[in-house]
Structures are given as structure tokens and as C-alpha cells.
Design a protein. Structure first.
Ligand code: ATP
Ligand code: MG
Length: 207
């Protein structure tokens, strides 16, 4: 089975800036620098045939590139216990539009709908029941924080491999957004990797 999600990759300099926010905090699992991303839609476990179908439907999404900006922090919390700390994404119309198009494409592939409202964020750390007061202190120490605007020229179908030491996310297909896609540094970077043939954007590696 393939554990999949659709996300925006972030530029190196933004991931480096996010990485500098790391602080000592009991029980925190900080996201590795190479793993920072903005999830557009979590898909979950699917077989190879469903993955091919998903990749093909995503390939039909035609949306323009846009700029993204990060500003400040937030956390997911229930009853005073924090599960995740994240950097806030300023939600532009273009981002929301792209996310809706991806939702529709995945609906048509039979992927179960996410019931929660889309809240664009970049997860920085996950916790097992951290107290809200403590995380608020951490946020104060790390503030102020902002990054961007920086250009987004593609979205990515990732495959996630869960390991005890943390997940590995492997880009399976990079989909250029309309506009200046071929000058998009991330797209070029992925195209240059030996393991991936992105000249055919529906190609899925089988290993
Ligand atoms: P770990 O599960 O080991 O903490 P992770 O959450 O980063 O690592 P995945 O569980 O494979 O790795 O998730 C990949 C991405 O999808 C992450 O951005 C995660 O927040 C998001 N995600 C995972 N599960 C769900 C879910 N049920 N609903 C929405 N988003 C999810
Ligand atoms: Mg997870």
C-alpha cells in the first residue's frame, strides 16, 4: 500500500528559517528540516491502481502559480493539551482555489473527503499532550516570525514512509502550476533527480 498526501514543497531558505525555530521542549518531536511542507490534502493508504488514478486526475488540475507568506504561529489543541505547533500560512484566494481543485480531483478518484475545514499551516513540532501554557511560552520566545512572500510554482504528490525515527516523504509526482513553471527552482531540482522522470508528470516510480 502507498501512504499518500498532496502538499506544497517549501523553498530551502524557508525550511532553513523554520528549522531555526526549534527549541528545547519536553516531549516535542520537531519536524526535520527537509520535511517541512504545507499539506493540501491527506489521502492515506491506497493500492497501486488507485495511486495511478489519483496521479492522473491530479495531472488535470490547471491552476496558476502564486506567492505564499508565513506569519506567526498557531497550535492544534484539545482541552488544554497541545498536539501540534505550526507556522501560520496567510491564506490567499489562489491557495484556497488550488486546494478546492485538488479536493474535487480526489473526490472523483473516490478518496474519502476530509471532514475538517482546510486550515493551511506548516507543522513545526508534534507533542504528546503538551500543556498549552508551555507551548504559549515557546511561541512567545520564537516570536515574531514571518517568511515570504515566496513563489509557489508546483504542487506535489508525496508518498510517506513512517519510521520510528520520523517519517520520510518521497515526492512521487511534481505538478507544475501555470505561469513561470519551468523557472521554478523546486521543479528543476526534482527533475534533476535520477530516480524521477518528471518529463511525464503521470509517471510513478514502482519501488
Ligand atoms: P507521523 O505520523 O509519524 O507523526 P506525519 O504525520 O508527518 O508523521 P503522515 O502521517 O504520513 O506523516 O502525514 C503526512 C501529512 O499528512 C502530514 O502533513 C500530516 O499532518 C498529514 N496528515 C496525516 N494524517 C492526516 C489526517 N488523518 N488528516 C489530515 N491530515 C493528515
Ligand atoms: Mg501522521
Amino acid at each position: 500500500m502507498n501512504r499518500l498526501f498532496v502538499a506544497l514543497a517549501l523553498p530551502d531558505h524557508v525550511r532553513a528559517a523554520l528549522s531555526r525555530l526549534r527549541r528545547g521542549f519536553p516531549g516535542a518531536r520537531w519536524v526535520a528540516e527537509e520535511n517541512f511542507h504545507l499539506t493540501l490534502r491527506f489521502i492515506g493508504e491506497v493500492d497501486n491502481r488507485a495511486m495511478d488514478d489519483i496521479a492522473e486526475r491530479l495531472d488535470r488540475v490547471r491552476e496558476p502559480g502564486f506567492d505564499l507568506e508565513l506569519d506567526g504561529f498557531g497550535c492544534f489543541e484539545t482541552k488544554g493539551k497541545v498536539r501540534a505547533l505550526w507556522a501560520r500560512v496567510l491564506a490567499s484566494e489562489e491557495l484556497l482555489h488550488l486546494q478546492r481543485k485538488i479536493d474535487t480531483a480526489l473526490d472523483s478518484a473516490g478518496v474519502a473527503r476530509e471532514t475538517r475545514k482546510f486550515r493551511p499551516h506548516v507543522t513545526l513540532a508534534r507533542f504528546k499532550d503538551a500543556p498549552l501554557d508551555g507551548v504559549n511560552e515557546l511561541i512567545c520566545e520564537a516570536s515574531p516570525f514571518s517568511a515570504g512572500p515566496f513563489p509557489i510554482g508546483s504542487f506535489t504528490l508525496y508518498r510517506s514512509f513512517l519510521h520510528r525515527d520520523g517519517p520520510i516523504y518521497r515526492p512521487e509526482v511534481v505538478y507544475p502550476l501555470d505561469g513561470d513553471a519551468f523557472s521554478d527552482p523546486y521543479f528543476d531540482e526534482f527533475r534533476d533527480e535520477e530516480d524521477h522522470d518528471f518529463t511525464d508528470s503521470t509517471a510513478i516510480s514502482s519501488h
